[in-house]
Design a binder for this molecule. Structure first.
Ligand code: C2E
Ligand code: CA
Ligand code: CA
Ligand code: CA
Length: 279
């Protein structure tokens, strides 16, 4: 049966209703997923010029008993509407610390980057939560890279700056994720304790592809900006040798993308040696 829109002026298509049903499904099952331990992490390597794995990014996964795999692109924005994102953040943090500790036992000093949402960074207990977690797992804070997007930075500039400076004192490091897609200015970035800029996949995608070379110019500008700020630079979404060679030639220092490896569960990386080279 066809449903009609509640208000005469607004037309909602059948497709629109389906999307809304899915949204409500995900929203209502997310809490249960958190309680029932349905969330896990996968790890994607970040490599240096010679292909050595220097770190990983932890990416959350939800294998739902009811829906099958749900992509973070779908459920993270929904989680960000409530404090669910903070619970997810803490789960990912604990799982990442667990991985670091097991790598360290195997003599590997690979740090892990985790994604921090805007809502998390402005939580009053954010600093204490992080500190108590690293203490609980006995992990030095500098083994964690906290990825923040430019959008998260500007939610409450003064508060975010204070929080970052406080965490930096303890040794936590910060990477600006999806760099180039937001609005942060050089002047503002200069006062923040940043150790890395991460070039968004969007720009990497177009290297060698776009006809007027605009993407490549933006990539060049970001690498220059990293230099000006005296921070390192990593590119995400590297899928081809051509992209890699371009980025290398421009002085980008680290790379992440399917060219080297997809994100894989911890078990996949257990046999990793200090000198393993990818791809
Ligand atoms: P992101 O932080 O920009 O993560 C990079 C995304 O690009 C990941 O998607 C990764 O699997 C994918 N990717 C990496 N290399 C390549 C490549 O070469 N080609 C292509 N096509 N894709 C590549 P994923 O895992 O689906 O995550 C999507 C987004 O969800 C992330 O984007 C991040 O914003 C969010 N997210 C994931 N895990 C977490 C988390 O634990 N906490 C928070 N707050 N957000 C998360
Ligand atoms: Ca990220
Ligand atoms: Ca990113
Ligand atoms: Ca991205």
């Amino acid at each position: 049966a066809k449903r009609s829109a509640p208000f005469g002026l607004c037309h909602i298509s059948e497709e629109g209703f389906k999307e809304f049903d899915r949204y409500l499904d995900i929203k209502s099952k997310l809490e249960q997923a958190i309680e029932h331990d349905e969330l896990s992490i996968v790890l994607q390597p970040q490599v240096t010029h010679d292909g050595t794995v220097s770190s990983f990014e932890a990416l959350v996964r939800w294998y739902s008993k009811e829906f099958g795999p749900v992509s973070p692109g779908e459920f993270i924005p929904i989680a960000e509407e409530s404090y669910a994102i903070c619970e997810i953040g803490d789960i990912v943090l604990r799982k990442a610390l667990n991985v670091i500790s097991s790598f360290m036992k195997n003599g590997l000093n690979t740090s892990i980057a985790i994604n921090i949402s805007a809502r998390q960074i402005v939580m009053p207990d954010f600093v204490n939560t992080l500190l108590s977690r690293v203490n609980q797992f006995g992990i030095p804070p500098n083994m964690l890279m906290l990825e923040l997007t430019e959008t998260a930075l500007v939610v409450d500039i003064e508060l975010v700056k204070e929080t970052m400076l406080e965490l930096a004192k303890f040794g936590f490091r910060f990477s600006i994720d999806d760099f180039g897609t937001g609005y942060s200015s050089l002047a503002y970035l200069k006062v923040l304790p940043i150790s890395e800029l991460k070039i968004d996949k969007y720009f990497v995608d177009d290297i060698g592809k776009d006809s007027d070379g605009k993407a490549a110019q933006i990539v060049d500008a970001i690498i220059e900006m990293a230099r000006a700020l005296n921070v390192s630079c990593i590119a995400e979404g590297v899928e081809s040798e051509e992209q890699l060679n371009y980025l290398k030639a421009k002085g980008c220092e680290k790379f992440q993308g399917y060219y080297f490896s997809r994100p894989e569960p911890q078990a996949h990386w257990e046999g990793l040696q200090k000198n393993t080279k990818l791809p």
